[in-house]
Design a protein around this ligand. Structure first.
Ligand code: SF4
Length: 117
């Protein structure tokens, strides 16, 4: 995975690069700082070969242990992790979209919208 310095060099957007440099100069922490603090990351997690779908896990897939306790292989675990992450992300964005819809509808009707209301 690229580190903080790589991200500053590789970002294609000059405005983003300027913003990152300004934040670094002012001591503002970013996700790239927190990424550096998390190193070294778990290689099973980076490869998507760690399964925590049930309480028997976590199961970590390697050449020595090619299947989880239930028999899931590497492909099943990786696609399961990807799909679960996608659905979780989609559900969060859908919730945000719903709140925006409620706010716009309330504003169009001349009413204020309370969170969750
Ligand atoms: S590989 Fe199977 S047993 Fe292991 S955590 Fe995943 S679902 Fe549970």
């Amino acid at each position: 995975m690229p580190g903080k310095e790589d991200m500053h060099k590789l970002t294609p957007n000059p405005a983003t690069r300027q913003l990152l440099e300004k934040m670094a100069g002012e001591g503002c922490e970013t996700c790239f700082d927190r990424f550096e603090q998390q190193k070294p990351q778990c290689n099973f997690g980076l490869r998507g070969t760690c399964c925590r779908m049930c309480q028997w896990g976590p199961c970590r897939i390697s050449d020595k242990n090619p299947t989880g306790i239930c028999g899931k292989d590497q492909s099943s675990i990786i696609i399961g992790n990807l799909l679960r992450a996608l659905v979780a992300g989609l559900s969060v964005h859908a919730r945000h979209a719903h709140e925006i819809y409620l706010s716009i509808r309330a504003a169009a009707g001349g009413r204020a919208c309370r969170p969750g209301g």
